[in-house]
Design a protein around this ligand. Structure first.
Ligand code: SF4
Length: 188
């Protein structure tokens, strides 16, 4: 089994799908790896592509603010990554073949980190992790138990920048994540 650093080294020159052509930096993921909590978004945006780090633009900052209020911090207790590790041009949704090409890396990350809780941020992550035929509005805030993982979904923070009314709903979803996190920690 690889370490997360070894996996990142293996992935860094990936050309498995067309998204490599326009990337500035591949965005592998970051955070602590001895954690029970993992967040997964869609793909890097312009700021993330430029910096090589996930969720560092406006949407990421909004997410960090909400998570910090729940005592979640990247350097302390969670890991964060995306379905696709390279930026689709103009922030379009990754195509099916791009997501399929990249998903084995996410699966490896999950096998190495062994989180108990995986939170899908937005429709694309929910589609590939929870259910291919559902809508984020139908499943957000619910729990799905699969193969020993607790899966849930909420909005992508970029959606909150477009529609403020989603903020309260996302906050409610994240509070459920915090409750589940505390419950699991107590059982360990
Ligand atoms: S998106 Fe994933 S599969 Fe496609 S080139 Fe980047 S790392 Fe490779």
């Amino acid at each position: 089994m690889f370490t997360i650093e070894e996996l990142e080294e293996l992935v860094k020159d990936c050309k498995k799908c067309r998204l490599y052509k326009k990337r500035t930096n591949l965005v592998f993921g970051e955070g602590v790896t001895n954690t029970i909590l993992m967040f997964v978004g869609e793909a890097p945006g312009a700021d993330e592509d430029r910096m090589g780090r996930p969720f560092v633009g406006k949407a990421g900052q909004l997410l960090d603010k909400a998570l910090t209020a729940l005592d979640f911090e990247r350097k302390k207790n969670f890991y964060i990554t995306n379905i696709c590790k390279c930026r689709p041009e103009n922030n379009r949704t990754p195509m099916e073949d791009e997501a399929e090409a990249c998903l084995p890396y996410l699966r490896r990350q999950v096998l190495i980190i062994k989180p108990k809780i995986i939170v899908c941020l937005g429709a694309t992550a929910a589609k590939y992790i929870i259910d291919r035929n559902t809508r984020i509005s139908q499943i957000r805030g619910q729990w799905f138990e699969r193969k020993g993982y607790y899966l849930t979904a909420t909005f992508h923070p970029a959606a909150l920048l477009r529609d403020e009314s989603k903020k309260r709903l996302m906050w409610n979803d994240l509070k459920k994540v915090k409750a589940k996190y505390d419950e699991i920690l107590q059982e360990l």
